[in-house]
Design a protein. Structure first.
Length: 28
């Protein structure tokens, strides 16, 4: 999935924010 590549691309400080966003988007 491309979302993993984007998740790695985001700054470390935004990992939690990105994780929450992708969790809702992907449905994990």
């Amino acid at each position: 999935m491309d979302w993993k590549l984007e998740l790695v691309a985001v700054p470390v400080s935004d990992v939690d924010r990105a994780k929450a966003f992708y969790t809702q988007k992907v449905g994990l």
